[in-house]
Design a binder for this molecule. Structure first.
Ligand code: PNS
Length: 169
């Protein structure tokens, strides 16, 4: 009997994609046949990049990875995961302080949909201190981002900064 491909959803804001996120995607692909990177369209915070820009950036960074799909989602994550026919949610946990929030979300999602499990993956130690919010802050202040984000993201952040500097002048 043919085995169904194991599909997982990796949800997040990805504003912007960091090398830590890419590391989690690569680790996820060792466990799952396919991963859908799902970009949340309606975060409570004011985003730096629009959802469609984030999707385009992630697609460019992961170009050539046929086992990764990138799209936006809104509404309840478990509804989206069910719609996609996936059985697992992948989340990265860097440090103990991440865990409390992740634990609560995982249990709430399991309460909402018992058939869907959350799989926590640890990124490489090199990325334990990398977060999208710190990347945004460093980018806004003109600091170096090499090694923290993929070159595509670095270039997009640099041009975003230039545009906003020009606008301010
Ligand atoms: O990268 P983030 O911002 O930590 O990702 C958070 C995300 C997108 C995973 C979370 O906000 C989410 O799942 N939002 C969708 C709405 C939802 O299902 N909320 C209930 C979660 S228990």
């Amino acid at each position: 009997m043919a085995k169904t491909a194991r599909l997982a959803v990796y949800p997040g804001s990805f504003d912007p994609l960091t090398n830590g996120h890419v590391d989690i995607i690569e680790r996820g692909l060792r466990l799952f046949d396919r991963i859908v990177v799902a970009v949340l369209t309606n975060p409570s915070k004011q985003p730096l990049f629009r959802p469609d820009e984030r999707v385009a950036i992630i697609r460019e960074v992961l170009a050539g990875q046929s086992d990764v799909e990138v799209e936006t989602f809104d509404g309840l994550l478990v509804d989206y995961v069910r719609r996609r026919g996936a059985t697992a949610i992948v989340r990265g946990v860097r440090v103990v302080s991440d865990f409390e929030y992740e634990w609560q979300m995982a249990l709430m999602n399991r309460h909402l949909e018992p058939a869907i499990d959350t799989v926590f993956l640890m990124p490489s130690e090199r990325f334990t201190y990398v977060s999208a919010s710190l990347v945004r802050e460093i980018a806004a202040l003109g600091g170096p981002l090499t090694g923290l984000v993929p070159p595509v993201v670095e270039a997009r952040l640099a041009s975003r900064r230039q545009t906003s500097t020009v606008r301010r002048v």
